[in-house]
Design a protein around this ligand. Structure first.
Ligand code: GLY
Length: 363
């Protein structure tokens, strides 16, 4: 293995992180794929413009790969887009020996992983995450899928990539808003599992972090440990959903109503505020830690105002959450920073209250 490279195992897939990660990709390609095997690169319009040229510079062999480019944005994460991608796989003559390379953020790894997992009942795919969110969360652990009627990840399967290559240089192509989106997931990792990581994260404002690698490595360590204990999310992996049940409600609402919808991470940051409030109300989180978390989030994220009239719809959206049991939302809550508990049934009235309190916090 090359120098300056970290390697993790997440649910059986190797994850390489560092400035030489694409060297590792080169050797994987030359060991496993001959010129005859079809290689397909799936990118969105942004990653095609900004990341594909860098990838080709580092791995020139990929300039011969068949390219599929789809529009960017979570609103594209649908079965209609999958159909267009499958169609292109057929045009490329893809089969089970082919390799799909997903070059992009969470939308590309979720959708690309899903299209690869079911085409011909499964072809190999690898992820090259280009966003911070992809690097610390979406690209590893085998969750793939698409949204249905804007409901998040309703259709999908667990299917693990052959490998994940995290090359932090891609982050230089990202606008601040996209960096923030990944930062929200990092905050979540810290809040559920590691007080020291939380302290390190909040020691400086996100906007001044320039060397992301060590933060990425710490975040992946947390994710890997949790996913490896419970790859299919029957127990401990639910911890990773902190902020997500109510965060997904904000995201779905925004996809339905906003011309420029929230990013995933912005919605998760808002979900963390609400679920922190619920943790304070029912899981023993102190008011001091509650206020610290809310303050840190609001320092980094623009405050997003939701009309009070939207709260009924937000509550209704939570009724469709995959983790609900007997009609009741099941949340992950935190007892204190770095210590979370999964599978907590929460009354819809308290969910509603948390949305109201959210509007106070962001006033
Ligand atoms: N993104 C949460 C998980 O992978 O379980």
């Amino acid at each position: 293995m090359a120098k300056n490279l970290y390697q993790f195992n997440v649910a059986g897939s190797p994850v390489y992180v560092g400035s030489t990660a694409l060297e590792e990709l080169k050797s994987h390609l030359s060991t496993h794929y001959s010129e005859k095997d079809g290689i397909i690169i799936l990118a969105d319009e942004n990653t095609h413009e900004h990341c594909y040229p860098l990838l080709i510079e580092e791995v020139p062999r990929l300039s011969h790969a068949f390219k599929i480019v789809i529009p960017a944005g979570e609103s594209q994460k649908t079965l209609e887009t999958c159909e267009r991608v499958w169609n292109q796989f057929a045009v490329a003559g893809a089969n089970r020996r082919s390799l799909l390379i997903n070059l992009g953020g969470g939308m590309i790894s979720d959708l690309g992983g899903f299209t690869g997992a079911v085409f011909h009942r499964g072809m190999d795919f690898i992820h090259i995450p280009t966003s911070l969110l992809g690097m610390v969360d979406a690209s590893m652990g085998g969750k793939t899928g698409v949204d249905l009627y804007s409901l998040k990840n309703l259709i999908g399967v667990f299917s693990n990539p052959k490998a994940v290559y995290v090359w932090p240089r891609f982050l230089k192509t990202l606008p601040l808003r996209q960096l923030l989106s990944g930062y929200a997931e990092m905050m979540k990792h810290a809040l559920i599992a590691d007080y020291n990581f939380w302290s390190r994260l909040i020691a400086i404002p996100m906007a001044v972090i320039s060397d992301w690698e060590s933060y990425i490595v710490e975040a992946i360590k947390i994710k890997a440990e949790i996913v490896n204990r419970d790859p299919l999310e029957t127990g401990d992996r639910l911890l990773l959903n902190f902020g997500h049940t109510l965060g997904h409600a904000f995201e779905t609402w925004s996809l339905r109503h906003d011309e420029k919808p929230l990013t995933h991470g912005e919605a998760i940051a808002m979900g963390i505020i609400c679920e922190t409030y619920i943790s304070y109300r029912t899981a023993g989180l102190s008011i001091v830690e509650r206020d610290e978390i809310v303050k840190r989030i609001l320092l980094n994220f623009n405050s997003y105002k939701i009309p009070t009239l939207a709260i009924d719809e937000l509550v209704e959206i939570t009724n469709y959450d995959k983790k609900n049991q007997r009609g009741r939302p099941m949340l992950t809550l935190i007892r204190n920073i770095g210590n979370a508990v999964a599978g907590q049934a929460v009354e819809p009235a308290l969910i509603r209250e948390s949305f109201f309190r959210f509007t106070d916090f962001v006033k």
